[in-house]
Design a protein around this ligand. Sequence first.
Ligand SMILES: [Zn+2]
Length: 186
Amino acid sequence: MPEFVLDVHDLSDAGKSYDFPVRTEWLAVALEGTGVRVSDTAPEGRLAFHAHKQGADILIQGRVTSTLVTACSRCLEDAVVHVDADITRLLTARSAELRPEPDELELTPEDLDRDFYVGERVVLDDAVRENLLLEVPIQPLCRADCAGIPVPVHVRGPADLSAPAGGVDPRLAPLLSLVGKFPTEE
Ligand SMILES: [Zn+2]
């Protein structure tokens, strides 16, 4: 069942405003297999937008908010991503007479945020999912100064190699016992 659906008949010349909750249950399914999941402690997100007709096309402009969780790129712990993103889509009507084939060979950059709809229903599920995932950084961090995975003690080198300052290197200790045993030349 699609979650975010507009009925084209509802759109007058002035358009219409919509406000949907971005439900945890919907996100759980929509984000399956992406490595991103919805936060189970944060408040529910929202999808709020205004839709109006431009000829046979429909222009959607609004915002989507949600709180997502993914793995920190340094330590693999949870990294929380607060999404508050613009969502802008131009949906072009496609009917049997009008543009029967997708114009895949003619895609240009301006088509990137362009979708199609067929019939009287516009479904925004894919657009919302895409906008949310675009907000997840390529290298997410659990916190800005995450130090990464701590090196386990048994993998670290001996402490005397990494911290030479303070005290005498134990490997040189035998030499200390010789100090003062030889007469100094006057
Ligand atoms: Zn981290």
